[in-house]
Design a protein around this ligand. Structure first.
Ligand SMILES: O=C(O)CCC(=O)C(=O)O
Ligand SMILES: [Fe+2]
Length: 252
């Protein structure tokens, strides 16, 4: 389920959920059973038989953003079970973090189903929010989530500054990652729940192999009332087939 390349600057991960506040990343295998995941996959398949999902493709080196998404507004209308799941995971996250985090005010962004097709990937990025939980509904070959836990040089209070942007760019370079980062690879596994500090962990998705879509649920949390300066352009970049402007999408 997990592979780590090195432990140079940080202790070895114990990938349990309650460790994630300190280590930036944690996991719980079998959070949902095979049957619960199959039921959700059926609901998603039935929704897709009558609704077309936007296909998103944004070039980004050898790891573009290439996926389809059901955003939180659609989920609220059509998938009450996923809304309950979002609340249930919130309680776990708060316990592990020892603080009160809440679903994002912008529901479209807070809860997503990502559908990554064969060959699809997700570019290197940080999320805009403090904590992101990922629930994998199926196992596919490839499609590992790659995470550098707590890797970011995070400038609290200046996260949209030029300096932050430059630091992010430099740290994202392959050679710099290789020198300073500790890479954790998470292979998709049915029912596996992962939580990470989304705005501190550099992460991406490796190419999905085989024929099946890789399907997972992405749940975002942050402190109550937090606002995100990047929201309007970024939302278009992430959720619509056509991107109007060439924004630099550094934050999910
Ligand atoms: O699908 C994954 O494993 C990660 C997706 C992700 O990082 C995101 O939606 O922000
Ligand atoms: Fe992300």
């Amino acid at each position: 389920m997990f592979r780590q390349t090195r432990s140079f600057l940080m202790p070895r991960l114990v990938p349990t959920l309650d460790a994630f506040a300190a280590q930036g990343f944690g996991a719980q295998a079998g959070f949902l059973s095979e049957d619960e995941c199959s039921a959700l996959l059926e609901q998603i398949a039935s929704y897709r038989s009558t609704h077309e999902l936007p296909e998103v493709y944004r070039a980004s080196g050898d790891r573009p953003l290439h996926y389809s998404v059901i955003d939180g507004e659609r989920i609220t209308t059509h998938f009450p079970d996923l809304v309950s799941l979002y609340e249930r995971v919130n309680a776990l996250v708060n316990e592990a973090m020892g603080e009160e985090l809440v679903p994002l005010e912008d529901l479209r962004v807070g809860l997503n189903v990502n559908v990554t097709p064969a060959g699809g990937t997700y570019r290197w990025h940080y999320d805009r929010n403090a904590v992101t939980a990922i629930l994998y509904l199926n196992a596919v070959p490839g499609g590992e989530t790659e995470i550098y836990p707590n890797y970011r040089l995070f400038m609290e209070g200046a996260r949209y500054s030029a300096l932050q942007r430059i630091a992010d760019r430099v740290l994202e370079m392959r050679i710099v990652r290789g020198m300073f980062g500790r890479l954790v690879q998470v292979a998709p596994e049915t029912g596996l729940l992962v939580a990470m500090r989304g705005n501190r962990c550099l992460h991406s998705v490796r190419p999905v192999e085989g024929d099946a879509d890789r399907i997972n649920v992405i749940m975002a949390y942050d402190r109550p009332g937090v606002q995100f300066a990047v929201a309007p352009q970024l939302d278009q970049y992430l959720y619509e087939s056509e991107a109007a402007s060439k924004v630099d999408p550094n934050y999910r």
